[in-house]
Write a protein that binds this ligand. Structure first.
Ligand SMILES: [Zn+2]
Length: 390
């Protein structure tokens, strides 16, 4: 088992990354490491797992065994708490030059654990032109142990000057069959559940796995897919919005509470709390308070990110619902993501026009954009629900 095993149907990309990890290891061990590159560009459509691939590669760089998947280094990278991994995504709709400059400064530091300093730049296509120029300079002259992993939907989304300095790894969306196969063989999921999960997740392997294995995830999906038929009036729209936002908050809380506590305990221990305090260096204590504050800030922004991600995945679920409705309205013989609720889809498909369905998909996409731009979630989701109302 390695960190690359989850990159289903990405044999070509995986082969490249494995070779590069071996080269990176050579460098760490003082060798030449031919084939190691300091700037990478992961491209692929949404759901192809470009961020997953970049993260797996980051783990392989940090891990003494080239990405074993179970050591401390791998684990910290995969859950996003590795001190040498900086994972960034635009806070608004685009990266500002100021954000990028700060990032470049941090990127220049030496790795704290001796291997690599990795910057995972998600949605690099959203960097503004001046931000991209700042980024270009950083990529042109990388510190010896810094590796940039940029992610974008397609090569064309980035300036040619950046593109030409990166090694490209292209990911493709794996088919339902391939994903189901992995779930069935590796996770021993019964075939029927595996196909259901693979179809519903539309090629997102981690989502498919969660759907197949976690009853809570399945229930949340059902609740989201039940929303369209519940929107019978304004009051219903508002309460549906409330529920959706609250679920995202609960998910974020569940995902972060234990992690936060153990991080805080570790940090307090690091700064000597629990000792008698006699020989305790005062500067160290002051430093401790600052570090604790910094950790709290980081935890807060992580919770916000998880909450936003959770909300976004619910919105994508809704998009898949209306996309299925549209496919039925056009009589397109494509595979339905939500085949298990065909009856609901069919009812709505008959009750409205394709134009209305398209308008609803637009409303959801607009809501996603507004959330990305930091609009209050309750307000953005409410407006969307009202637009979805028949
Ligand atoms: Zn490992």
């Amino acid at each position: 088992m390695t960190v690359f095993d989850d990159l289903v149907g990405q044999d070509q990309a995986t082969a490249v990354l494995r070779r590069a990890s071996a080269a990176a290891r050579e460098v760490v061990e003082g060798g030449r490491g031919a084939g190691m590159t300091h700037a990478w560009l992961f491209t692929g459509p949404p759901g192809s797992g470009r961020e997953d691939a970049a993260r797996a590669f980051a783990a392989a760089l940090m891990c003494p065994d080239g990405g074993c998947g179970h050591c401390d280094q791998c684990h910290q990278v995969l859950i996003g708490s590795h001190p040498d991994l900086e994972s960034v995504r635009p806070e608004g709709l685009s990266y500002s030059v100021k954000q990028t400059r700060e990032l470049i400064l941090r990127a220049a530091g030496a790795p704290t654990q001796g291997r690599w300093r990795v910057i995972l730049f998600e949605d690099a296509d959203r960097a503004t032109e001046s931000a991209a120029n700042a980024l270009l300079k950083a990529i042109e002259e990388p510190p010896p142990r810094t590796v940039w992993l940029l992610c974008a939907p397609a090569l064309d989304d980035l300036m040619i000057t950046i593109r030409s300095r990166c090694r490209a790894v292209n990911l493709t969306t794996p088919g339902t069959e391939a994903v189901a196969h992995v779930l069935a063989t590796r996770d021993s999921v019964p075939w029927e559940t595996a196909t259901f999960a693979a179809r519903a997740a539309q090629g997102h392997i981690s989502r498919a796995r969660a759907l197949a294995l976690d009853e809570g995830v399945r229930r949340r999906r059902e609740a989201v897919l039940g929303i369209p038929r519940s929107l019978t009036g304004v009051g219903e729209c508002i309460s549906a919005a409330e529920r959706l936002v609250k679920t995202a908050e609960e998910e974020a809380a569940a995902a972060t509470t234990t992690l936060n506590e153990s991080e805080t305990t570790d940090l307090r221990r690091l700064y000597g709390e629990g000792s008698t305090g006699k020989g305790l260096n005062r500067g160290l204590v002051r430093g401790g308070a600052g570090a604790l504050k910094e950790l709290e800030d980081r935890q807060k922004s992580r919770a916000t990110r998880i909450k936003r991600d959770s909300l976004d995945s619910a919105l994508l679920e809704l998009v898949s619902f209306y996309r299925d409705v549209l496919a039925m309205q056009f009589g397109a013989g494509v595979e339905l993501a939500n085949d298990d609720i065909r009856f609901d889809l069919d009812q709505l498909a008959r009750a409205c026009t394709p134009e209305e369905t398209l308008r609803r998909i637009d409303a959801i996409m607009q809501c996603r954009e507004r959330l990305g731009a930091n609009v209050n979630p309750q307000i953005a989701v409410e407006a969307m629900m009202l637009a979805l109302r028949p």
